[in-house]
Ligand binder design. Structure first.
Ligand SMILES: [Zn+2]
Length: 430
């Protein structure tokens, strides 16, 4: 069952199949597949086999070959200029690198799951453009079914006029009370423990679905961090001391705000976001794990760059950044927040202590910046960059079972240390 919040985000929600099918996009899901995901035949979803762009900077056409006709909805978004096409879940079997090179009005495009049952294609535009026509052709005369989108250059004024009502700020519904939007949290799996008095640890593998995160040598951050998060969950589950909730346990995209909402609604004792960074080639090489906490001012330029990159996740997935509530700045000066930050910093130091004896750390392993995913005012939160996918040595670690198990062990140790102390303090009423 898709939650209300996700449906609100998903402009084409009415088109999506309601069944919450687990992801079966086999070609893009190495990490999750190795865990016991229920197996749903990938063939039960329409298969997209080819995509092409034609035309120029005035008019550009996009064509997607599919093995059956699908319903869809296409909308434009501003700042940055994008076109978002929502379709039912599709098994994308496009050649590697499809979408990386643009043409005409399209700078690049990407595709993938945004929720169980729903896929999305996001086009980054070179400038304002309108959807002149869009349609699906049934298979005919030996040709597969095709989704066709024709874009036409327009000026900014015309572009803003063409935005759907959902994207206009003045018509947007208030969303402050929206429930958490993840399948994992909203509808626990049968057999998963319900609230039982144990402290709740939320593990947040970054990115997912349409948002690959950083990529290097054919490895995607979203798969690496999901495998890590699931391994950490299994480790903590085995000990049984905490209730562990994943913001995602498959290849689905979760908006940043929903990730923190999951932790807040569950009154989690700790929120750990897992990422794996990459350094742009021009900036040399960097290696090792880094632990980030929230701050108004970044601890250094690299921390700022990273927070900017991570905070772009929603835009990458085709969500409108303007939809975000603006109260985070106020929350930052709240007293609860100040106490939460003290706890976050304490956990970060504990974690560094455990990790440095086990895995390679960055030369400055404790940093801070304005990560949106760390802004829950009442849940101690850290973001761990477990290594650099851009560094050859780190990447070898990141995909190795042995390294992962050592790093997960150190993290579980730090979580134990942190929560033991917190519970003792809470038990003696401070
Ligand atoms: Zn990331």
């Amino acid at each position: 069952m898709a939650s209300r919040a996700n449906q609100r985000f998903l402009l084409g929600c009415a088109l999506l199949c309601a069944a919450a099918l687990p992801c079966a996009d086999s070609s893009r899901l190495k990490a999750a597949e190795s865990q016991q995901q229920p197996s749903v035949a990938a063939t039960s979803f329409p298969i997209a086999s080819a995509a092409r762009l034609a035309g120029d900077g005035k008019q550009t056409r996009f064509i997607l070959d599919i093995d059956q006709a699908v319903s869809f909805r296409a909308v434009t978004l501003a700042d940055p200029y994008r076109v978002v096409v929502d379709v039912p879940q599709i098994n994308f079997q496009l050649p590697a690198g499809a979408g990386a090179a643009g043409r005409g009005l399209v700078k690049a495009f990407r595709y993938g799951l945004v929720m169980p049952g729903g896929s999305r294609i996001v086009f980054d535009l070179t400038g304002p453009a309108k959807i002149a026509t869009s349609y699906v052709l049934e298979a005919a005369n030996g040709q597969p079914a095709r989704l066709v989108l024709e874009l036409e250059e327009v000026d900014r004024a015309a572009f803003l006029q063409s935005l759907p009502p959902e994207s206009r700020p003045e018509l947007r519904p208030a969303i402050a009370d929206a429930p958490p939007a993840t399948v994992a949290a909203a509808t626990p799996e049968p057999g998963q423990p319900k609230a039982d008095g144990r402290p709740i640890v939320v593990i947040d593998p970054g990115h997912g679905g349409i948002d690959n995160g950083t990529q290097s040598s054919g490895e995607s951050e979203k798969n690496i961090v999901l495998a890590f998060g699931l391994a950490l969950r299994d480790k903590l589950d085995k000990a049984g001391k905490y209730r562990v909730v994943m913001t995602r346990d498959d290849d689905t995209f979760i908006p940043l705000n929903d990730r923190t909402k999951i932790a807040r609604n569950l009154k989690a004792a700790l929120f750990v976001s897992i990422h794996a960074d990459a350094l742009p080639r021009a900036e040399g090489d960097a290696q090792g794990a880094t632990i980030y906490t929230l701050s108004d001012k970044a601890s250094d330029a690299e921390a700022q760059r990273l927070a900017d990159a991570e905070n772009r996740a929603d835009a990458i997935a085709g969500f409108n950044l303007a939809e975000e509530p603006t109260d985070v700045a106020d929350i930052l000066i709240d007293l609860t927040q100040r106490e939460t930050r003290t706890f976050s910093n304490r956990f970060a130091r504990l974690l560094m202590g455990e990790m440095k004896s086990t895995v390679r750390m960055h030369k400055n392993p404790l940093k801070s910046a304005g990560f949106r995913v760390l802004k829950a005012p009442d849940v101690p939160s850290v973001l761990v960059e477990i290594g650099y996918v851009s560094n050859k040595g780190d990447l070898e670690h990141l995909v190795s079972d042995g390294w992962r198990s050592r790093a997960v062990g150190a993290m579980a140790q730090a979580i134990d240390g942190f929560l033991a102390k917190r519970l003792a303090t809470a038990g003696s009423s401070n």
